[in-house]
Design a protein around this ligand. Structure first.
Ligand code: ARG
Length: 464
């Protein structure tokens, strides 16, 4: 059992079950880089405040850099009886440089230290996720660009509704993920605040230049209230909320991929490298990747709920409950990154069957609304037109015909307003290209939407 930093006040060692229960180093070792970066900045601030000498700061910094290398080489031995990553690193520093190591924790508590580490870590991970999300959106654009002529049935209630361009459908996901990225970018602003110098809760009496630490670590702001700084985890909750919504979007796309690759739809076929087989049924090709992406959303929602529940009703300021913020956060980060990483190449490699989409778009009276609109164009009120077309559809269903399969004479019986021009009016292309109002599926619109999507991606690229 390692000697505890609080041993002075204690007459007994810690019980083994307590050590096991309280230790977090098995998972918070993930914060090692952030912890070391933060400690280096803190050592420099201590020297600037003349709390330690320049020489001591130099010793501390070079010791920490060595520890970083040890961890990265896999040589560092993490000791759970030293609880967490912070104490593991501090103890190792002591082994390396001796007494000066004991000065590093001046003007600092693990409470502001862990808040800093978490912010540094999350800042980095948000940047990573932003990069992946941008790549994912670029893949959507590429696929959409290839399918500017592919017509598919658009659905409501999963019933065929109106024809749309496949590109238009894909760009719907582009928009969702645009908002996801905006949410993450906004959350980043509140992650990007420097809490060190808050001490355990009340602030520090040492003349630490907190703005100097912020500059060293590239934070635009320092936290304004020490109690809040050590208690706040809403920046993590926000990240988990934004991640939950992002994953929810991915799950909707995943669901469509699953549906579309079924024989019933047959709109797409997954590349063999992105599908799996059955151990029993030799003919099977399964969309397990998409299913897992759909399924893993639950973990991220779970993380959000877990953290919100941990935070609920906690009295100010720091409470050890807050240690429970990490595993949900880490799991969500891993899940979001892995899902984006696997779904992007899955999309890039899938084979699309536009001919099957087109056939599906021709069955099921997807042009019925257009017929109603046609009658409106000839002066009939829409409600009446709706009813007339309903009757035509009923007749078609009885006869097993499409609307455009009925001869003009028969259509005339439903309304004398119908003329020969109706047949062109009802073609898939005509139905699509009429929808020219902003945001509609007309080819010209979608072409413009693609252009704007590319521009927006590029702009995003410059910031992130
Ligand atoms: N491992 C702790 C956490 O994650 C670090 C802070 C410990 N602070 C304390 N007062 N025991 O929250």
């Amino acid at each position: 059992m390692a000697k505890k930093p609080w041993a002075g006040r204690f007459t007994k060692g810690t019980a083994k079950v307590v050590e096991e229960y309280t230790a977090s180093v098995t998972f918070d070792k993930r914060l090692y880089r952030a912890d070391i970066e933060g400690s280096i900045a803190h050592a420099k601030a201590l020297a600037k405040a003349k709390v330690i000498t320049k020489e001591e700061a130099r010793e501390i910094v070079s010791g920490l850099v060595e520890i970083l290398k040890e961890i990265e080489r896999g040589e560092f031995i993490f000791n759970p009886s030293l609880e967490d990553i912070h104490m593991n690193i501090e103890r190792r520093l002591e082994e390396k440089i001796g007494l000066a190591a004991g000065k590093l924790h001046t003007a600092r508590s693990r409470n502001d230290q862990v808040a800093l580490d978490l912010r540094l870590y999350l800042r980095h991970e948000i940047q990573e996720i932003m990069g992946l999300a941008r790549g994912f959106r670029a893949t959507l654009v590429e696929l959409a660009e290839k399918h500017l002529d592919s017509v598919m049935p658009g659905y409501t209630h999963l019933q065929r509704a109106q024809p749309v361009l496949f590109a238009h459908h894909l760009l719907a996901y582009f928009e969702m993920m645009d908002r996801d990225q905006q949410r993450l970018a906004d959350c980043y602003k509140r992650v990007n605040i420097m809490p060190l110098g808050s001490g355990a809760l009340a602030g520090t009496p040492f003349p630490i230049d907190r703005k100097y630490i912020a500059r060293l670590l590239n934070f635009p702001e320092v936290s304004r209230n020490s109690i809040d700084a050590v208690s706040d985890r809403d920046f993590v909750a926000e990240f988990l909320a934004a991640s939950s919504i992002l994953m929810m979007h991915l799950s909707r796309l995943a669901e469509e991929i699953i549906l579309w690759s079924s024989v019933e739809f047959g709109f797409i076929e997954l590349d063999d490298a992105f599908a799996t087989g059955s151990s029993l049924m030799p003919q099977k090709k399964n969309p397990d990747v998409a299913e897992l992406a759909r399924g893993k959303v639950g973990r991220v929602y779970g993380s959000l709920l877990s953290l919100l529940t941990t935070l609920k009703g906690l009295p100010l300021s720091y409470n050890r409950d807050l240690q429970e913020d990490k595993e949900p956060l880490f799991d969500a980060v891993d899940t979001v990154k892995a899902s984006l990483r696997v779904l992007a190449p899955l999309l890039r490699t899938l084979k699309v069957h536009p001919e099957r989409m087109r056939v599906a778009a021709q069955e099921g009276f997807l042009n019925a609304t257009d017929l109603a609109d046609y009658l409106v164009g000839k002066g009939m009120p829409f409600r009446q037109a709706h009813e007339v077309v309903g009757k035509i559809v009923l007749r078609c269903m009885k006869k097993g015909k499409k609307i455009e399969g009925l001869p003009l004479k028969e259509l005339h019986k439903f309304s004398p307003l119908i003329g020969r021009d109706l047949y062109d009016f009802l073609s898939l292309e005509a139905c699509i290209n009429r929808r020219q109002a902003i945001g509609g599926t007309a080819t010209e619109n979608v072409r413009k939407a693609l252009k704007s999507a590319k521009k927006r991606l590029l702009r995003f690229c410059k910031i992130w």
